[in-house]
Write a protein that binds this ligand. Structure first.
Ligand SMILES: *[C@@H]1O[C@H](CO)[C@@H](O)[C@H](O)[C@H]1NC(C)=O
Ligand SMILES: *[C@@H]1O[C@H](CO)[C@@H](O)[C@H](O)[C@H]1NC(C)=O
Ligand SMILES: *[C@@H]1O[C@H](CO)[C@@H](O)[C@H](O)[C@H]1NC(C)=O
Ligand SMILES: *[C@@H]1O[C@H](CO)[C@@H](O)[C@H](O)[C@H]1NC(C)=O
Ligand SMILES: *[C@@H]1O[C@H](CO)[C@@H](O)[C@H](O)[C@H]1NC(C)=O
Ligand SMILES: *[C@@H]1O[C@H](CO)[C@@H](O)[C@H](O)[C@H]1NC(C)=O
Ligand SMILES: *[C@@H]1O[C@H](CO)[C@@H](O)[C@H](O)[C@H]1NC(C)=O
Ligand SMILES: *[C@@H]1O[C@H](CO)[C@@H](O)[C@H](O)[C@H]1NC(C)=O
Ligand SMILES: *[C@@H]1O[C@H](CO)[C@@H](O)[C@H](O)[C@H]1NC(C)=O
Length: 462
């Protein structure tokens, strides 16, 4: 009855209660949409956490257990940081009603087995950090349903088997990073690995495992190496395997491949693997040199080269019957004096006879006529340009300016601007006096070489 008479204090109490639910636990720091309770000595979750937070940082605490629906009162939660705790296991339903999570960091805990229910329902999850735990096993369907995954880190654990088969194009279309380095895998299901989507293969890190050297293993890494994947380039030394499983006989197989010489895998690829594309812009009459640099290693192997040119057809070292074009043993094609009709796409194929491999390089050559000029030697071009400039200057300074002169067409020294403006040739190099030198030294102007996106099919092994 009294409360009916004095509603004020009760409302205030209710109000306070409500506010306290939204206030920051004293041990944490709440800033806008972020709650940080890191390094607070927490052994369990604070009872109430602000419901509006998007980021919750619980790292560097002593959490060893999380109950079902631990985060269900935080509907906006996207980032959960729980690195450096004592979690050994996640019970059922920990992330129940927390399907907004995009980033979960559980690194540096003590998790043993990643059970298939752990991340159930987290279809928005993009990044999952599980490195530096004690994980021995990842259950088969752990990652299924996590269709937004982009990056997963399982590095520095004790994983011996991983369910590669559960990752497919349609199940994980965005996955570009799967870090399984520094684990204890000795034999992998290589057929499953080779069936992974191309983007996953490119982002698969497997170095510093306890791999056993064998041909099927070597074959896979060899292909990735040929395609220039970062994982192999950045960790070349950490790619090791042990001979016959003997840990004392460990070899860095990307550098020392003698053990694999009996493998037939190297003959497996016969399709050109990588096409490198460049553009070359030269002037008529210039000497042009086109390098045939491909992904094949030109030092350690015997390579033979064939060029397909638009104006002269196939050019091989034996077919040359022409002093105007020559092919050096290192694959460089030289055209003594390029003509406009030599323009076009030049394709070089380098063949490694011993390993049965070939790779191609494409060079798009554009030969253009020197600007406003019918003579061919650089010297007369220079002279012509200087004279033309002189007359233009005279014209500009001695003629009273009428409006139409502002709209005059550009002086004739400027070449037809139909080509890539980023090439080095400058109109005004004509007046520098170094014109001839510049032109002869700059036979080739490679722009950014482009790596073609490789297919993901694997040729059958012989
Ligand atoms: C949690 O999700 C279930 C369905 O999965 C739903 O019925 C329930 O209302 C949700 N609870 C909260 C607090 O959002
Ligand atoms: C290799 O992995 C082990 C654990 O499996 C780790 O202790 C070690 O630091 C790793 N080495 C390198 C070079 O990453
Ligand atoms: C490769 O084959 C040769 C002859 O068949 C054999 O003598 C050699 O031991 C083999 N090497 C390896 C590493 O298996
Ligand atoms: C490169 O490999 C393909 C596929 O086997 C083959 O058809 C082609 O003839 C090879 N090219 C050369 C120049 O040997
Ligand atoms: C290249 O091939 C020739 C003969 O075809 C052979 O004598 C030579 O040893 C080979 N060189 C390399 C580096 O394989
Ligand atoms: C290219 O042009 C030159 C003259 O500039 C001519 O002699 C030659 O036949 C032409 N070649 C082709 C393939 O059109
Ligand atoms: C080289 O050219 C000459 C004449 O131009 C011709 O008689 C000869 O058969 C050619 N040789 C080759 C290998 O094509
Ligand atoms: C190939 O050899 C020619 C002639 O010896 C040389 O000018 C050219 O620079 C070499 N190309 C490469 C890529 O080494
Ligand atoms: C080569 O370059 C020319 C001029 O930039 C361009 O028109 C042509 O499409 C290019 N060809 C190829 C195959 O890239």
């Amino acid at each position: 009855m009294t409360s009916g008479l004095y509603p004020g204090p009760l409302l205030m109490l209710l109000c306070l209660l409500h506010v306290s639910e939204e206030t920051c636990p004293s041990i944490c720091l709440c800033i806008s949409d972020t709650v940080s309770c890191s390094s607070s000595g927490l052994a369990k979750l604070p009872r109430s956490l602000p419901s509006f937070s998007v980021t919750l940082d619980l790292s560097h605490n002593h959490l060893s257990w999380l109950g079902p629906g631990s985060f269900k009162k935080m509907p906006r939660l996207e980032n959960l940081r729980m690195a450096h705790n004592q979690l050994t296991i996640l019970g059922h339903g920990v992330f129940h009603n927390a399907s907004g999570l995009r980033h979960i960091d559980l690194s540096s805990n003590k998790l043993h087995v990643v059970e298939q229910h752990y991340f159930e329902g987290l279809w928005r999850l993009e990044e999952l950090l599980l490195f530096n735990n004690k994980i021995t096993q990842v259950e088969a369907s752990t990652l299924s349903g996590l269709s937004s995954l982009k990056k997963v880190y399982f590095s520095v654990n004790q994983i011996t088997h991983f369910p590669f088969f559960s990752i497919q194009d349609h199940t994980h279309p965005f996955l570009t990073m799967l870090d399984l380095s520094s684990n204890r895998m000795s034999r992998l299901p290589w057929e499953d690995v080779k069936a992974l989507p191309g983007l996953v293969q490119r982002g698969l890190y497997l170095h510093n495992n306890s791999l056993i050297c064998d041909c099927s293993m070597y074959s896979v890494f060899w292909h990735w190496n040929l395609r220039g994947y970062d994982s192999l380039r950045d960790f070349a030394d950490e790619h090791t395997c042990s001979v016959y499983g003997d840990q004392r006989a460990t070899i860095q197989f990307l550098q020392h491949n003698r053990f694999f010489h009996n493998c037939t895998v190297e003959k497996a690829v016969s399709q050109p693997v990588i096409v490198l594309l460049s553009h070359v812009l030269v002037s008529d009459g210039d000497r042009v040199r086109l390098d045939c640099q491909t992904s094949l290693d030109r030092d350690s192997t015997n390579l033979s080269f064939t060029w397909l040119s638009p104006s002269k057809g196939y050019v091989t070292q034996t077919s040359i019957n022409d002093t105007l074009i020559s092919l050096f043993p290192n694959g460089t094609l030289e055209i003594e004096a390029a003509k406009v009709n030599d323009s076009g796409l030049y394709v070089c194929t380098a063949v490694d006879i011993k390993q049965g491999l070939n790779a191609t390089r494409e060079v798009n050559v554009t030969v253009r006529l020197p600007a406003g000029e019918t003579f061919n030697t650089g010297y007369t071009t220079l002279l012509g340009c200087v004279v033309t400039m002189f007359f233009i200057l005279i014209y500009l300074y001695l003629t009273p300016c009428r409006c139409s002169c502002c709209k005059q067409p550009k002086p004739p020294v400027i070449p037809n601007a139909t080509y890539d403006p980023s090439t080095l040739t400058s109109v005004f190099s004509h007046s520098t006096g170094d014109h001839y030198k510049i032109q002869t030294n700059k036979h080739v102007a490679f722009l950014e070489p482009m790596l073609s996106e490789e297919g993901t099919e694997w040729p059958p092994e012989s």
